[in-house]
Design a binder for this molecule. Sequence first.
Ligand code: SAH
Length: 259
Amino acid sequence: MTNTRPPVALIGAGPGDPELITRKAARLLQAADVVFHDALIDRGVLALARPGARLVAVGKRGGRASTPQLAIHEQLIRAWRAGLRVARLKGGDPFIFGRGGEECMALRAAGIPYEVVPGVTSGSAAATYAGVPLTYRAMSQSVLFLTGRRARGTDAIDWVAVARAADTLVIYMGVESLPILCAELLRAGRSPSTPALAVEWATINQREVAAPLAEFVGACGHAEIKSPAIIVIGDVVALRDTLAFAPAPTARGVCCAAS
Ligand code: SAH
């Protein structure tokens, strides 16, 4: 086997808005014969693939029935061995809660070359589009990205450590476990008045709900916040009242012509 063939490209699609994809991601997407993509990828991003490329949905939605991870690995390996130019398109950044690392491990074990294109992660994009800087001098000097869902067989989360680990917490996959998350953070010493924010469908159809931590679960329930959503907890959330802006609308006509 020679390594002169193009590697499998693990591509970060960004948070949703097709204009938030990188130029490198768009170029490699356009070059692919087959694109294995997550369920959350916006049509406008998929429309960047070249006409005639095969688009295969392999994504998961909130743990519901979907392509098992091992089957994804097998499909990537098989497609590359069949001589195709393979792209694996993943939401946000492939190496942030995206199991991109596992896919690289599988490709490596199979002796298949790969490259990874970073993407704008939803945790950062959601906060930014809401007018919340995740860091702010004298208010937030550290940010913690964490998942609200634990992989089976992993240790229980040390909530006291989490609550103290960073000024700003950014929680992915946190909607289902929100009541537990908030209760644990309060118990671990975070103030009930800490500002908290949920951002649903960031950058595409963004909906935001903010409330003090002690009232946050009720506020999200009332607004029927559903997955996908990013939760931001910390004093910086209060800056939204001053810094919120209207993001420029996406040039849908350009990106989605084929969808
Ligand atoms: N690799 C991705 C994260 C994958 S985990 C990234 O870097 O963004 C999936 C979780 O990401 C979702 O449950 C949700 O918490 C978050 N997410 C992804 N896209 C989102 C979006 N457009 N709006 C809000 N949250 C999103």
